[in-house]
Ligand binder design. Structure first.
Ligand SMILES: [Fe+2]
Length: 372
């Protein structure tokens, strides 16, 4: 007898919700969010789309929000964390507590901010002429698949004042944190411009590489920005899913492959393009432009709150060679095609390889000769 009993199996409440929202659901390895079709999204009072990248993880998803010229979103609060990266346009965010207290801050292209957990907010386009387009990375799948009731997620009155951080953290101020090992963290709620934020040297991920990690809204998500000097590329590495990567400055490409595969998936970088390295798929980032290339990654788990065991392992092994129990491929061990492809791409752009300024480039050139 099954009367009144749910007999569906393998239910994913988040996917059911996404299919019923009435906005485009876009899929792919790499998606250009600036070109993505959007439709009116009643829940948020703006136009939008949902982006499901191939082999994405279980816990994090991505929305596109598009504010028309002069437009504003509907007031909303939700029991999931959301980090917002501004792709285009200028505007402001207004947060409002249950006591009526308001916090307002203004953003522009390449701003990054947190919407603190379950705080009511509105987004305003400050231009009467241009659209504003936002990439919103959030933990809704994690939360909805846990509670299985969207009314709870969007109508819960609980407040989390501990997520607001310190005075000035919505004005671009923050606090630097240095743990025993690993990259430097900057705790804040708002970064006005990722293109100019000062990074710290972080050579273990690639020659001349620099990095900063952000904890925003005292949450379980993280963002980080990495930069590659002109004429360089990073070491290949791999880790768990739920990472979303955006080009911030310069240009280049990324290669992705599973261990043992003979072909690479290739993602061309460009402002507005997002991709997500799937679970334990090797990936490697290349700067082919005549300026330093920066990228932004937003993901679940950070050094303070890693959330998963996988993220703890990653924190422990970041920058560590496969030979030492890590998940990074030494240049001396990489597929010889990788350096050849890179040199060819640089030549197309009239840019010289500068790996030799940071390492013994003969390691790479000898590897190519071996194959030839
Ligand atoms: Fe990675």
């Amino acid at each position: 007898m099954t009367d009144g009993v749910n007999t569906r199996e393998l239910i994913d409440p988040y996917l059911d919700w996404a299919a019923a929202e009435g906005v485009p659901v876009i899929e792919g390895y790499g998606v250009d969010l600036l070109a993505a079709e959007t439709k009116p999204w009643a829940r948020f009072g703006l136009d939008g789309a949902i982006v499901h990248l191939k082999a994405r993880g279980d816990f994090v998803t991505l929305y596109v929000h598009d504010l028309k010229p002069g437009g504003a979103s509907a007031p909303i609060r939700h029991m999931y964390e959301q980090l917002v990266y501004v792709l285009s346009g200028h505007g402001s965010t207004q947060l409002e507590g249950d006591d009526g207290r308001k916090i307002t801050f203004e953003w522009g292209p390449h701003s990054l901010f947190a919407l603190p957990l379950n705080m009511r907010y509105r987004l305003f386009n400050g231009s009467g002429r241009d659209h504003a387009r936002l990439a919103c990375c959030n933990t809704y799948p994690l939360v909805l698949n846990c509670f299985m009731n969207e009314r709870f997620v969007f109508n819960c009155p609980f407040e989390f004042p501990e997520r607001l951080g310190q005075q000035g953290w919505f004005d671009g101020e923050g606090a630097e944190i240095n743990f025993k090992r690993g990259p430097t963290l900057w705790e804040t709620n708002f970064v006005p411009d990722l293109t100019s934020f000062k990074l710290k040297p972080y050579g273990i991920r690639g020659p001349g590489s620099s990095n900063i990690q952000f904890i925003l809204g005292n949450g379980i998500m993280k963002a980080h920005v990495s930069a590659m000097p002109v004429g360089t590329y990073k070491n290949a590495h791999r880790h768990g899913p739920d990472f979303f990567i955006f080009n911030v400055t310069g240009s280049g490409y990324s290669l992705m492959w599973y261990e043992g595969e003979s072909d690479f998936q290739r993602i061309e970088w460009g402002h507005g393009v997002v991709f997500s390295p799937p679970d334990m798929m090797y990936h490697q980032h290349f700067n082919t432009s005549a300026e330093p290339a920066r990228y932004l990654a937003m993901n679940l788990g950070n050094r303070r709150h890693p959330f998963t065991g996988e993220r703890k392992t990653q924190a422990r092994t970041i920058g560590m060679s496969n030979k030492d129990g890590g998940r990074q491929i030494d240049y001396a061990d990489q597929d010889p095609r990788i350096h050849r492809i890179y040199l060819d791409e640089l030549a197309k752009n009239g840019v010289s390889c500068r790996m030799s300024e940071f390492m013994d480039e003969s390691v790479l050139l000898d590897r190519m000769k071996e194959r030839a």
